[in-house]
Design a protein around this ligand. Sequence first.
Ligand code: ATP
Length: 232
Amino acid sequence: MLETRALTAAYGQFRALFGVDITLAAGETVAIIGANGAGKSTLLRSITGVLRNAPDMVLHRGEPIGALPPEIVMRRGIAMVPEGRKLFPSLSVEENLLIGGQVRRAPGPWSLAAIYDLFPILQAKRLAPGTSLSGGQQQMVAIGRALMSNPEVLLCDEISLGLAPVVIRDIYAALPAIKSTGTAVIVVEQDIARALSVADRVYCMMEGRVTLTAPAQGVTRAEIHQAYFGGA
Ligand code: ATP
């Protein structure tokens, strides 16, 4: 349903991705792990159109989308929860969520009420400015804002970054509910155990390449260690 084929990406002269092939099936949850600088965010930026590439390096439903701008990619049903949350600071929780709904695709499972069911604390804080929330609550708004477009694919970039373990647990607890609506999810994570706990399959990246593709349940620590750090 979503696929990258021999995806390369560069920042000026610096090459960040060297022929990355990943696939995401409808309704599947895939984890992408790897150390700092492995290219995980660059991969997501290449899918969302922030970085543009040869058209057929990214395929959605078999159609080339690698050169499309972000707003068109979003309208196709590929929504991003960006690293750092990036809420609109002067807007309330509810207004931030409603903005996500402005690029709404055809009817789907997500509405304000469904987001408040998923994260009840957001209903209590619905009129508060987004920036008055804790980091974890802001992350919930960022996830809710992306879901409000009723995406077919949800891309999550390091949603646990900088959050306390108890908060990470709450956020990850929402992922099965999101998956149960049929939404496919890519989680980019440095917290490997957390990523494996929700994923069907895992890809590990190192220095711009995929070094491991495995089912999340069967993969061993040794395989991950090898793929993550390289060497013997
Ligand atoms: P992190 O967990 O630190 O976000 P990552 O796996 O997501 O790591 P990327 O952010 O995709 O890695 O970075 C891949 C490589 O591209 C790194 O070497 C990084 O320094 C470089 N890079 C990322 N963004 C830029 C940029 N805007 N300009 C130049 N180089 C960049």
